[in-house]
Write a protein that binds this ligand. Structure first.
Ligand SMILES: NC(=O)CC[C@H](N)C(=O)O
Length: 251
């Protein structure tokens, strides 16, 4: 059986020699690859579609694992995708310093791959959540957050059912001590305005990084908030994509 390839071209965008190439992986059941590719282009990098069955990273400088329901979330969200052929290369690359961003389902794939510690459980209220969410940027020194400032508050969409971050106490202490909690849900405000812990995540954790700071995972979706005319109009997500581009350009 042949599988449809993801889009191989997007209109416009920088291409050719010298452009920084950012890959976006499509698994069966991925939903947000298009928006992630677009966010890459809006930031000024070259979007490169990557198909999960291939082992070729197509010479990308960074990889995004986008949101969705890869393999229908069967078994556990991210548990099957983690064994896709492309993940062998992503895991190998990440261990050698390749910047990798996991958004929502992508974050789930990263914990299942053991590139990030902990696991995602079903939301404590057992409902799917879809709303704009307020976050605090706790660590503005990762490859994907350097355009923010520590303590900055941002608002980006959130939509998941398995978003409750959990880890054993020792891991949590380690994450805190090493400054590896990158985003926390902002709880001090009106839930109707995007405040509150939306899923029961331990210590209000919304996103974390690995020791080297090249791998970042978070549950909310920056790729849906990069253009003022789309969605509820925020552009707070753009900083993820400009952060990585700046890092790649200055490397
Ligand atoms: N938006 C998404 O990526 C959804 C993630 C995941 N499948 C969940 O529902 O938790």
């Amino acid at each position: 059986m042949t599988h449809p390839s993801p889009a191989t071209t997007l209109d416009g965008g920088p291409t050719g020699r010298g452009a920084k190439r950012i890959g976006v992986v499509t698994f069966p059941g991925t939903l947000d690859d298009r928006d992630a590719l677009r966010a890459v282009r809006v930031a000024g990098a070259e979007p490169v579609p990557l198909w999960h069955r291939e082992k070729d990273l197509r010479q990308v400088d960074a990889v995004i694992l986008p949101g969705g329901f890869s393999y229908g979330d069967y078994l556990r969200a991210g548990a099957i995708s983690r064994f896709s052929p492309i993940m062998e290369k992503v895991i190998e690359g990440a261990r050698e310093g390749l910047p990798v961003l996991g958004i929502c389902n992508g974050f789930q794939v990263l914990t299942e791959s053991h590139l990030l510690p902990g696991a995602m459980l079903r939301n404590n209220h057992l409902h799917f959540v879809c709303r704009d969410q307020r976050l605090r940027v706790e660590n503005a020194e990762t490859a994907w957050t350097s355009e923010f400032t520590a303590g900055q508050e941002i608002r980006i969409p959130l939509k998941n059912i398995d978003g409750r971050y959990t880890a054993d106490r020792r891991t949590l202490e380690e994450l805190e001590a090493e400054g590896r909690v990158v985003f926390r849900y902002l709880t001090d405000g009106d839930p109707a305005d995007g405040y509150g812990n939306p899923n029961g995540s331990l210590d209000d954790i919304a996103g974390i990084t690995n020791e080297a700071g090249n791998v970042v995972g978070l549950m909310p979706h920056p790729e849906h908030a990069v253009e003022p005319l789309v969605g509820t109009g925020g552009t707070d997500g753009l900083g993820f994509f400009t952060s990585i581009l700046r890092k790649l350009v200055s490397a």
